[in-house]
Design a protein around this ligand. Sequence first.
Ligand SMILES: [Zn+2]
Length: 291
Amino acid sequence: MQRFLQTALILPVLLQLLASVIHTPSLYPYPMSHSAVQLGNGNKSETAALDKNSTSEAAPRRKRYRKSSVRRVPWSVLQSRYSGSFVIRGSGGRKLVALTFDDVPDPRYTPMVLDILAKHHTRATFFVLGSRAAKHPGIVKRMVREGHLVGNHSYSHALFAQASLAAYRKQITLTDQLLAKLTGYRPRFIRPPYGEILPRQVEWSREQGYIVVNWDVDSEDWKSIGSDKIMANIRKTLQPGSIILQHAGGGDSQDLSGTVNAIPKLLRYLRAKGYQTVTVDELLGQRGQRG
Ligand SMILES: [Zn+2]
């Protein structure tokens, strides 16, 4: 009897605990194990916090997400199927690397990053969100004035794996038009938020003259980590031709001071190892502008 009572008391608690575990929203818009198996190369990263904390950005609808509803394709498959139009690194023939900064412009961090790059005479590639460019056009203009390359990171940090082709085109085209006004050219490179993109979206992009650029080195700086950890993450997969993912913008709760502090260390490290930093167009030997 006592045993029965114990079970009767504990069972509801256990059930409740189980339910809370099941309903805890994931930090990522998809299960991590799924991403690791399916997509490999580091694209579990990117700024989930950006969506959560920035009212201007549409959050992926995590609750409605179902594995079966999304036909994700591994990066390696996209690389071979869309050779030259979906890339994660350069050829590696020379000791060149490209620094890339996503989720810009952000008035808290982007000017600081630009200051440091200017001080070290280094040019980088910035993947711009249309919604943020509309709010802070001066920072985008400054990027171009200081010799950096600008690419398209969608309008509202949309999760393309859940977007229709029409919605994808709208995200890209809106941002493209905005950036053309601010930069004087139509950016050729697209960096999909979370590194996620569907085959038909890559196909359309290729037809329009775009190149989709992900990364082979993930600094994981969006986790608000310190500069030493960022450097350790970068060293793990760095090689000639690497494209390094960093962020110069984020959500309200994200602290990117680690990124800011890591840049001088990274540039010193690269120089010591004989690497030269270039923009993505130079790394790939491709024009950074369309048309
Ligand atoms: Zn992003």
